[in-house]
Design a protein around this ligand. Structure first.
Ligand code: AMP
Ligand code: ZN
Length: 140
């Protein structure tokens, strides 16, 4: 299903022009208009799913396949030195457009871009507590 007021639905389905770098029946890959680096692209499904929690697992798998294909094409064409795959879900995680998308971000040595996080330093006990909470394990 498409969503009427969704800009990525319109772009993915060709109703709004975009700089498309590859496309198939299920996805359109476009250049991001606010790129982190030269060649930053977005894999957009043609059907509307808000995020990773909504998109069916098999389609999400094929979206990653499309990201790989696009990443290889971009890397070869622009002589990138590396590549980040980023996928944000929820406003607090940096998602600004509520239509599932995968960022394909070519990296260049010394590109000065920051994509990462500040590592924490949990104790062994804290990690075990989190594991138990996630796995629904009872306390011994
Ligand atoms: P996110 O913050 O993960 O939701 O990513 C949204 C991305 O979409 C950002 O990197 C924006 O620069 C990009 N973006 C938003 N609108 C457009 C558009 N019309 N064409 C291309 N990229 C867009
Ligand atoms: Zn949409």
């Amino acid at each position: 299903m498409k969503k009427d007021d969704c800009i990525f639905c319109k772009i993915a389905n060709g109703e709004i022009p975009s700089n498309t770098i590859c496309e198939d029946d299920e996805f359109r890959v476009i250049l991001d208009n606010g790129p982190a680096t030269k060649g930053h692209a977005l894999v957009l499904p043609k059907e509307h799913y808000a995020d990773l929690f909504e998109i069916p697992e098999d389609l999400a798998g094929r979206a990653l396949g499309m990201a790989k294909k696009a990443g290889e094409k971009i890397r070869a064409a622009l002589s990138a030195d590396g590549l980040n795959i980023v996928q944000n879900n929820g406003e607090c995680a940096g998602q600004t457009v509520s239509h599932f998308h995968i960022h394909v971000i070519p990296r260049y040595r010394n590109d000065g871009q920051l994509i990462g996080w500040k590592p924490g330093s949990p104790s062994a006990e804290e990690l075990a507590e989190i594991r138990k909470a996630v796995n629904g394990e009872a306390d011994a």
